[in-house]
Design a binder for this molecule. Structure first.
Ligand code: NI
Length: 174
C-alpha cells in the first residue's frame, strides 16, 4: 500500500499536458494504478488523475460506492481509464458543485456536459466504451481535464460560487 503525495493547485506541473501511455499492460503501470487507488481511498476521492501524483501520463481512476462522504451520490463503477477520449452527445449543460484532491477544502459550481460517451482502455488493454450521464459523466470530465492541465476553478463562470467547503451553504458533491 503506497499513498502518494498529491500535488496541489499552484504547482505548475498540474498545468502540464500528459502524454499517452504506449505500453499496456506493464508491471510499472499496474503498480502505478495500485498506488492511485491507495491514494484515492486514503483521501476519500471520487477519482484521481495520474498527474495529480506527479506522473504525466494519460491515466485516470475513479469510482464511487455510496459512502459517508457521498451519501446521496449515484454509484459510479470503479474504473481504470487509459488514453481517454470524450465525446459530448448533446449541448445540454448541468452545473454541479465539485471538489478536487489538489484543492483541498474548497468547492466550486462548474458547468459540464450532461451526457458523454467516453472511450479508452483498461490496464489489460481491454476497450472501454461507455455512454453515461449524471454524476458519472461529471467525474469523467473532471478527471480527464487533469490530463490537459485544467483544474475545475478554471471552468467556474461565476467566482462567487467558489469557496471553502465549510463556509458554503450549498449541498456538496464530488
Ligand atoms: Ni481533481
Amino acid at each position: 500500500m503506497t499513498v502518494r503525495k498529491i500535488l496541489r493547485m499552484g504547482d505548475p506541473r498540474l498545468l502540464d499536458t500528459s502524454k499517452p501511455i504506449l505500453t499496456v499492460p506493464s508491471k510499472e503501470l499496474d503498480q502505478l494504478i495500485q498506488d492511485m487507488f491507495d491514494t484515492m481511498e486514503e483521501y476519500q476521492g471520487a477519482g484521481l488523475a495520474a498527474p495529480q501524483i506527479g506522473v504525466f501520463q494519460r491515466l485516470v481512476v475513479f469510482g464511487v460506492d455510496s459512502n459517508e462522504r457521498y451519501p446521496d451520490t449515484e454509484h459510479v463503477p470503479m474504473t481504470i481509464l487509459i488514453n481517454p477520449e470524450i465525446e459530448h452527445l448533446d449541448d445540454e449543460i448541468v452545473e454541479n458543485w465539485e471538489g478536487c484532491l489538489s484543492i483541498p477544502g474548497m468547492r466550486g459550481l462548474v458547468p459540464r456536459h450532461s451526457s458523454i460517451r467516453y472511450k479508452g482502455i483498461d490496464q489489460k488493454g481491454n476497450i472501454i466504451d461507455r455512454t453515461v450521464d449524471g454524476f458519472h459523466a461529471i467525474v469523467v470530465q473532471h478527471e480527464c481535464d487533469h490530463l490537459d492541465g485544467i483544474l475545475y476553478p478554471m471552468r467556474i463562470p461565476d467566482m462567487s460560487c467558489f469557496g471553502f467547503e465549510q463556509e458554503l451553504s450549498q449541498p456538496v458533491e464530488e
